[in-house]
Design a protein around this ligand. Structure first.
Ligand SMILES: Nc1nc2c(ncn2[C@@H]2O[C@H](COP(=O)(O)OP(=O)(O)OP(=O)(O)O)[C@@H](O)[C@H]2O)c(=O)[nH]1
Ligand SMILES: [Mg+2]
Length: 469
């Protein structure tokens, strides 16, 4: 596992001189695309990167600059150094070269002058554009998608996480095999790999497809297993609360604050890739499961979203999403919109959402933002500010999907008393001569099943005054 050790050098941000090593070891493309298909990254120096953004029809250059700021952060997170950036205004990308030919030459000049290794485009390049650009520029051309895939590959730690990232990478590579052919050359050959009359490209393609198929099968098994677990969990009637949000918003910090989960927290994009679930007792007495998930980002690669289906199922199946927003973010509305776009893409658009503006200790605007959004709360995972309010709100939102009923259960039916406790939240109970009188929050299905013991139905809710406990 030599690659494994190499990948750690990147994490510690090696700053070896670029010029002394690049001639012999540079492979371009962050040293990754074309390397081991396991997603482990070999980096012996920090590449120098030119960033390119395009201001299209409705966009303003400020928006594109902001997007490039984020791309810069992504590139740094991936372990490379952005050294220059360029903007081009165009009504639409050139189908062959993305930017215009004049711009392509300008980029080439910068690459030469600044001794750069790779050019990263903020929008997704088609395989043809990537191929043509590499020919013109004489260096690696990548897009935002490749950078994000690269970061995910570095951060994946579990078997499932690694499989998901690898699948996403392979699906990205498959249509690009032609432009990557040169970079793949070190993988070529080997006894028995070449069929009669097959070109190297066909061999590579066949290998890639076989691996994709294997990963898809493995992940489907994990997904089926996960679904069985989810069903079992649902039987316990414990609700699922899932923390979602833009990367670096503080989701893991919040889970740690709520449950002492000790999840890794880092000032780094995509620190979390695997879901962590913890039990949380709410002030109202219910127990819920809280899950921390992978962060989202603008233009999150489609390949990743589909490959991470197993991880993201938990979001779609949630009873409540706590949408964590970084209160220090310069443009919180754009990040909220980006998160909601991904939620829609994974089929979670209809799951109830509670907006939480985090980092209130650092940004007073977190509170202002919360006031602007109905039902939103400003919190600080660091200082603990408003965590009690958040817990209270989670409880209320969870209870909204249940009905408050009054039941009377004769003493002989201890099994029913147990069922009510198991399936709902008992907010009050009183022993009477002939049995137990209970107030409980129950799901409509349970209310139906316990019909013969229900004294007051939800429709008569006014008659039932919830005791404040
Ligand atoms: N000042 C301040 N910083 C916070 C707060 N919560 C989180 N942070 C910081 O924000 C950074 C990201 O925190 P994480 O909890 O890793 O964020 P995340 O949303 O899980 O990020 P990813 O897993 O990378 O998507 C870390 O440097 C935290 O220390 C907070 O309440 N106040
Ligand atoms: Mg995290």
């Amino acid at each position: 596992m030599g690659d494994d050790i190499q990948s750690h050098t990147t994490q510690s941000h090696t700053t070896q001189s670029h010029t002394t090593q690049s001639q012999t070891q540079h492979r371009g493309g962050f040293g990754e695309f074309g390397g081991s298909s396991g997603g482990l990254i070999e980096r012996t120096f920090r590449e120098r990167i030119v960033l390119v953004g395009m201001v299209q029809a409705q966009a303003t250059s400020r928006e594109v600059e902001a997007s490039l700021d984020e791309l810069e952060l992504l590139v740094e997170t991936a372990g490379a150094d952005p050294v220059a950036r360029l903007l081009q205004r165009r009504s639409a990308p050139d189908p062959a070269t993305f930017v215009g030919s004049g711009k392509a030459n300008a980029i080439k000049a910068i690459v030469a002058a600044q001794d750069c290794d790779t050019v990263v485009f903020d929008d997704e390049l088609t395989p043809a554009q990537q191929f043509n650009l590499e020919k013109i520029l004489g260096c690696t051309a990548l897009d935002r998608t490749a950078v994000i895939l690269d970061i995910f590959a570095q951060n994946a730690s579990t078997v499932e996480g690694k499989a998901q990232v690898e699948l996403a990478q392979l699906r990205y590579r498959l249509p690009r095999l032609r432009s990557l052919a040169g970079r793949y050359s070190q993988q070529a050959g080997g006894i028995g790999t070449r069929g009669p009359g097959e070109t190297q490209l066909e061999v590579n393609r066949r290998r890639l497809l076989r691996r994709i198929h294997k990963l898809e099968t493995d992940l489907r098994k994990v997904r089926d297993h996960r679904r069985t677990q989810t069903k079992a969990r649902r039987r316990t009637r414990n609700r699922a609360v899932v923390l979602v949000g833009y990367t670096n918003a503080g989701k893991s910090s919040l889970l740690n604050r709520l449950t002492e989960a000790e999840v890794l927290v880092e000032d780094r994009l995509f620190a979390t890739l695997d879901a962590t679930t913890r039990r949380l007792a709410l002030p109202g007495g219910e127990t819920v499961f809280v899950t921390d998930t992978v962060g989202f980002v603008k233009k999150l690669p489609h390949q990743l979203v589909t490959a991470f289906q197993t991880t993201l199922d938990v979001v779609r199946d949630a009873d409540l999403l706590v949408h964590v927003v970084d209160g220090t973010n310069a443009n919180p509305l754009a990040s909220i919109a980006a998160v909601r776009t991904v939620l829609t893409e994974i089929g979670a658009a209809l799951v109830p959402e509670l907006l939480v503006f985090n980092k209130a200790d650092k940004a007073t605007r977190a509170t202002r933002l919360a006031n602007l959004h109905d039902g939103a709360i400003a919190v600080s995972a660091h200082s603990g500010h408003n965590i009690d309010v958040l817990l209270e709100a989670i409880g209320q939102r969870i209870r909204r999907t249940t009905e408050l009923v009054e039941l009377f259960v004769p003493w002989a039916r201890g099994d029913v008393v147990a069922a009510v406790h198991r399936e709902g939240l008992v907010s009050a109970h009183q022993s009477e001569e002939l049995g137990m009188r209970m107030h409980a929050h129950l799901e409509p299905a349970s209310v139906g099943a316990l019909d013969e013991f229900v004294v007051t139905h939800p429709r008569d809710r006014q008659a039932l005054v919830e005791p404040s406990t």
